[in-house]
Design a protein around this ligand. Structure first.
Ligand SMILES: Cc1cc2nc3c(=O)[nH]c(=O)nc-3n(C[C@H](O)[C@H](O)[C@H](O)COP(=O)(O)OP(=O)(O)OC[C@H]3O[C@@H](n4cnc5c(N)ncnc54)[C@H](O)[C@@H]3O)c2cc1C
Length: 416
């Protein structure tokens, strides 16, 4: 039996534990929070094979500079003198090109489709009921430029074997009857699905703990117990833990944690906000992305609807910016002119930090410097989608089995 320590109890850490459990390992998850409200909870709940374009793509850098002075914009990089931000930024700019987008599409498609299949399997496991729905996603567009982009996306999706259709406004109206929409059309990504992530996290925790996984909350990993190429354990603010294998799944903080082992895992936090309303008269039948505004709307569990958006590359210590929340709600009004959404109380506004790698692809695999360190992080806006696949891959890596898909593109050593 192998003793495994997992640093981080978000969707990636929990999924890793879930798949490792099957091989009968002894597993301890360590998280510095109470694991009730992190990035894996308040997200939009999408499982997104449609997202085969990595964050580092042409246009994003130019667009980022344009939006820098707009306090309500969907993408923003807070300028600051930080060595890790500069390290990340230089690599991000270098990766944001057409060739990178092309070579990333197949690895992203494959890991997404694997994960979607695993979610469907999970729905049949007793104890899991996370409102998973296979209804697809509507990607609305309002401008001619985006109408053209939508055509290209449908074509590329089809080439990748993904189910996507271009819809005109009347066709969208048939799918979302009774709504006044100021749009030109939408791409209907039938390949996508969605869920209520808060419930998934609850179900996962209940399942793994009742099957023997130990979870230590309120403990922060501060340093490692090293012996040349082997890491024997970790030291937290209160205790020491010894393990044969250590998985770093610390989300946006994985770069900092890995730096304790002198590893270069470029990472920044991409803050996003969401608001969940119950019994709002405004209802949609399926998830909707407002393409130009980069806002996601999700019908969730019973009567809930969640609005989420913005990508604010900032320090994880920066206080939340209410103007960005206003930006999300203002953009809903642009697409749905009749809809009035009350600005929520401050304590109803959720935010979380997406773990953004420097090229928009996750880091999954062993590092060459140590025999027993696995990195599982950097999934940016796809962490929920890719949770089960990442967990399964982590278990295959630790068990020294052939991996379900090719993971070369996710090599955590790629920036060393
Ligand atoms: C607004 C918004 C909408 C999103 N929508 C979607 C979506 O629809 N679909 C999708 O796929 N993804 C979505 N995402 C992204 C997704 O939520 C993240 O990619 C995912 O939650 C990351 O999971 P994780 O386990 O890597 O990190 P986290 O969930 O952040 O977990 C990492 C854990 O590590 C712990 N930790 C960190 N440092 C230490 C330490 N030193 N010691 C101990 N513990 C530590 C933290 O406390 C944390 O609990 C969205 C994100 C946002 C913000």
């Amino acid at each position: 039996m192998t003793n495994i320590i997992i640093i981080g109890g978000g969707i990636i850490g929990l999924s890793s534990a879930y798949y490792l459990l099957r091989q009968g390992h002894q597993i301890t998850i360590i998280d510095r929070t109470d694991m009730l409200d992190g990035c894996s909870y308040g997200n939009a709940g999408y499982v997104s094979p449609s997202h085969f374009v990595p964050l580092a793509s042409p246009g994003i850098v130019k667009q980022g500079f344009k939006w820098m002075t707009n306090s309500k914009s969907p993408f923003y990089v807070q300028p600051r003198l930080s060595k890790s931000l500069i390290n990340w930024g230089m690599k991000f700019i270098k990766s944001a090109n057409a060739e990178h987008v092309e070579t990333s599409a197949i690895p992203l498609r494959d890991i997404n489709l694997l994960s979607k299949q695993l979610y469907e399997d999970l729905c049949n496991v007793p104890g899991f009921n996370f409102y998973y729905a296979n209804k697809g996603m509507l990607d609305f567009f309002r401008t001619d430029e985006n109408a053209h982009h939508a055509e290209e996306m449908v074509e590329t999706s089809k080439k990748l074997g993904l189910d996507a259709t271009l819809l005109n406004k009347q066709e969208v109206e048939q799918m979302e009857p009774g709504l006044n929409m100021d749009i030109k059309g939408a791409v209907y990504f039938k390949c996508d699905s969605h869920m209520y992530p808060n419930k998934l996290m609850k179900d996962m925790i209940a399942f793994i703990t009742s099957n023997g996984v130990t979870i230590k909350t309120g403990e922060e990993v501060k340093s490692f117990l090293k012996e040349t190429s082997i890491v024997k354990g970790i030291r937290t603010n209160t205790s020491e833990y010894f393990g044969d294998q250590i998985v770093i799944a610390a989300g946006a903080w994985s770069g900092e944690v890995a730096a304790g082992l002198n590893l270069n895992i470029p990472m920044v936090g991409g803050r996003g906000y969401s608001m969940t309303f119950e019994d709002l008269s405004f209802k949609i039948k399926q998830p909707v992305i407002l393409s130009e505004a980069k806002v996601a709307l999700t019908p969730m569990a019973e009567n809930k609807i969640r609005f989420g958006g913005t990508m604010e590359i900032t320090s994880t210590n920066t206080p939340p910016k209410m103007n960005r929340v206003k930006g999300i709600l203002d953009s809903v009004k642009k697409y749905f002119p009749d809809v009035e959404i009350p600005f929520p109380e401050k304590d109803k506004i959720w935010f979380g930090f997406r773990p953004c790698s420097a090229d928009g692809l996750p880091y999954i695999g062993k590092v060459s410097k140590y025999k027993n360190i696995v990195i599982a992080s950097g999934h940016a806006m796809l962490g929920l989608s890719l949770g089960p696949a990442t967990g399964k891959l982590v278990s295959e890596i630790i068990n020294e089995e052939a991996t379900s898909i090719d993971i070369k593109a996710f090599n955590p050593d790629r920036f060393n």
